[in-house]
Design a protein. Structure first.
Length: 203
């Protein structure tokens, strides 16, 4: 998993509450287990009409947001089903930071498995950053210092669990965290084979 120590990028606005995972990546795009190509379906029902025509008013269809890597969203982002395709689609677009007043728990944790930083902030601070996003401004985030720098220089501080912060800084997903204990696991396996040889006999 890629490390995330700091990030600067153009912010895109999505000023909607209760954006669920089906809105992020509709069910018809879940026919693959590959993590690439999913950006095509990202926010599909907001980006296109049922006839497939582009909805020009939607932010990600506008040229100034084509390379956005920071998303400023409304309350309860990522609610609904637990589909991991949702963070996959966001990463495939290029998003590395999502800022909102709150997140659904499963989506929030899935973000850290995919090197995305979800930042929960009070509504008044999100409102400031939404203004910046409406101007297609660049926002800078420092994961080590737990700070956000607005275009006007204002610093906004945020909180993050130390364990989740470490996972981003070191690029650790659950598998990577397990492999940190590879030596202990090998020692246990060797001891267990000695103590319970019958449990390791091939069927």
């Amino acid at each position: 998993m890629d490390k995330l120590r700091s990030h600067s990028g153009v912010a895109a606005p999505l000023n909607l509450v209760n954006v669920d995972t089906d809105m992020i990546i509709p069910k018809q795009f879940l026919k693959t287990i590959k993590r690439t190509g999913l950006s095509e379906g990202l926010f599909d029902e907001m980006r296109r009409t049922p006839e497939g025509e582009v909805i020009e008013g939607f932010a990600l269809n506008q040229p100034q947001y084509q390379d956005s890597t920071v998303l400023v969203a409304g309350d309860n982002f990522g609610c609904g089903s637990s589909r991991e395709h949702a963070p996959w689609a966001l990463v495939d677009w290029g998003f590395r930071v999502i800022i909102a007043p709150s997140f659904a728990d499963i989506f929030y944790n899935n973000c850290f498995n995919n090197s995305i930083l979800p930042i929960a902030l009070p509504q008044e601070q999100v409102d400031k950053l939404m203004q910046d996003a409406n101007q297609a401004s660049s926002i800078s985030v420092n994961v080590e210092a737990l700070t956000i720098e607005r275009p006007n220089g204002e610093i906004i501080r945020f909180e993050l669990d130390e364990g989740l912060q470490r996972r981003l800084l070191e690029g650790l997903d659950p598998v990577g965290m397990t492999l940190e204990h590879d030596g202990d696991i090998s020692t246990f396996e060797a001891s267990d084979r000695s103590d319970r040889p019958w449990a390791h006999m091939a069927a």
